[in-house]
Design a protein around this ligand. Structure first.
Ligand SMILES: NC(=O)c1ccc[n+]([C@@H]2O[C@H](COP(=O)([O-])OP(=O)(O)OC[C@H]3O[C@@H](n4cnc5c(N)ncnc54)[C@H](OP(=O)(O)O)[C@@H]3O)[C@@H](O)[C@H]2O)c1
Length: 431
């Protein structure tokens, strides 16, 4: 019989915190078997004591004061699940300073302040674990920290935001416009009332920063991760992309070559028959290239109460086992490398361009001249809808590999051509 108790303090009992509290209460026996001790919820921080919750907790477990969770002598592990940056970071620092182990699912704080929190933990002889911060229930942090350590990782291509992947799936499959697909995502509870973080690629940027830091063992500051959202895409782009054999996804991409790392989040055309193109709806997937393992792909539910609780509980159990067996916290994240970030202007890609032009002879020659003067060559062109009344036509161009800065200059040049009515879209092509 396990008599030893490990005290858990929760900061936040919302979607994920509620899921974690539920597992702690309902799976006590199983968890005791896994850890060799009993995991006991001692106290939980909330903002509103009267709010209805997905889990029923005795009122004396709840508090409005973070210190009543963090500073309780019988709390061994503080589990931060409130989100946001300000108060969450303060609580996390306070927990570590009080010698408590920390488990969190907070991608924003881990992306921006991971190295300083890990250093603070090391100083205080405790652990920080954050499996739930990226990819919900998909094991991602542990594989990078453990299973892939013998690899030199060269690239990550990932779908890290379920909301945007859902929207893009609807646009591709049902020909929906962006705003209609977004509304549907909100109606189904996949998108927040303010969806900015998701649709502008900010959420994916934080997650990519965490994964890239782990993969390349050098901190990738989210400030240095280029990000662009999906709101410029139109249903038409999906149709045209398909004609060229591509799907459109919001990918979070990180690559290392020599001492340089590039990290970027933006919509891309990827081959229709690639594995990532098959990831539909709210699912997430992370494809990793390692020198020993080759290509692997991790796939699953990237959010939600239960999948994320699965990841958070794994961390709680790992920390509790280490406490039980007096295993000293391992330096789980040597982000000590000093790799340099490649600026976006130096990134190379192929491009898809959709232009609205005057339907007259010589147009294509003028466009090719602007591209050519920027050392961009065309691989394919198709002419789409023509509008006789307006004497306009839509053309779609696929280019060969070019530098981003050259493409940006070419876009300015194309925009000032008299024969180009409008640059409707441009999307980078990957793989
Ligand atoms: N939702 C997901 O699927 C998911 C997946 C992966 C990672 N995450 C991450 O997990 C974390 C939690 O997300 P969530 O979706 O569970 O959030 P949520 O549903 O909004 O829950 C937040 C919880 O924190 C409490 N809280 C917030 N601010 C507080 C404050 N100033 N003082 C006291 N309590 C406060 C709230 O109290 P009240 O209940 O009283 O309002 C609530 O219980 C975030 O870092 C998020 O990025 C979430």
């Amino acid at each position: 019989v396990n008599t030893k108790e490990i005290g858990i303090g929760l900061l936040g009992v919302g979607t994920v915190g509620g899921g974690v509290a539920r597992v702690l209460l309902e799976k006590g026996e199983v968890l005791a078997g896994q850890t060799g001790c009993r995991l006991v919820l001692r106290k939980a921080l909330v903002r509103d004591l009267g709010r209805a919750r997905s889990v029923s907790l005795s009122p004396d477990l709840l508090t409005l004061k973070p210190e009543e969770v963090i500073e309780r002598p019988d709390v061994d592990v503080v589990v931060e699940l409130m989100g946001g940056e300000g108060l969450a970071l303060k609580c996390m620092e306070s927990a570590l300073a009080h010698g408590k182990h920390l488990v969190t699912a907070n991608k924003e704080v881990m992306a921006k302040h991971g190295p300083s929190l890990l250093a603070l933990a090391q100083k205080n002889g405790v652990e920080v674990r954050y499996e739930g911060s990226v990819g919900g229930g998909i094991p991602l942090i542990a594989p990078f920290q453990r299973d892939l350590v013998a690899n030199e990782i060269s690239a990550i291509h990932s779908i890290l935001n379920g909301t945007t992947n859902y929207i893009l799936t609807r646009m591709a499959d049902d020909g929906m416009d962006f705003s209609v697909a977004l509304q549907q995502a909100q109606d189904r509870g996949y998108a927040e009332a303010d969806p900015t973080y998701d649709i502008e690629g900010i959420d994916a940027k934080f997650k990519l920063s965490i994964l890239a830091s782990l993969a390349f063992r050098s901190w990738v500051n989210p400030k240095d991760v280029f990000s662009e959202g999906i709101s410029r895409l139109e249903a038409k782009d999906f149709r045209y992309a398909r004609e060229f054999g591509y799907a459109i996804k919001l990918l979070a991409i990180a690559k290392k070559s020599g001492d340089f790392v590039e990290a970027r989040v933006h919509p891309v055309l990827i081959a229709d028959d690639s594995l990532l193109a098959q990831v539909r709806g709210v699912f997430n997937a992370v494809q990793v290239e390692g020198d020993l393992v080759g290509r692997i792909i991790l796939f699953g539910r990237g959010a939600g109460a239960q999948p994320t609780a699965s990841a958070v509980m794994a961390d709680i159990v790992a920390v509790s086992r280490n406490i039980m067996y007096r295993i000293k916290p391992a330096g789980l994240l040597p982000m000590v490398g000093k790799l340099k970030m490649k600026p976006m202007s130096e990134v190379e890609s192929r491009y898809y361009l959709r232009l609205n032009v005057f339907d007259q002879p010589g147009v294509l020659a003028q466009i090719a001249t602007v591209l050519g003067s920027n050392r961009i060559s065309i691989s394919q062109v198709i002419q789409k809808e023509t509008d006789e009344a307006l004497q306009s036509a839509e053309i779609v161009i696929m280019t060969h590999v070019a530098r981003e800065e050259a493409m940006q200059r070419a876009l300015v040049g194309l925009g000032s051509l008299g024969v180009v009515r409008k640059i409707n879209n441009f999307v980078r092509v990957e793989m």
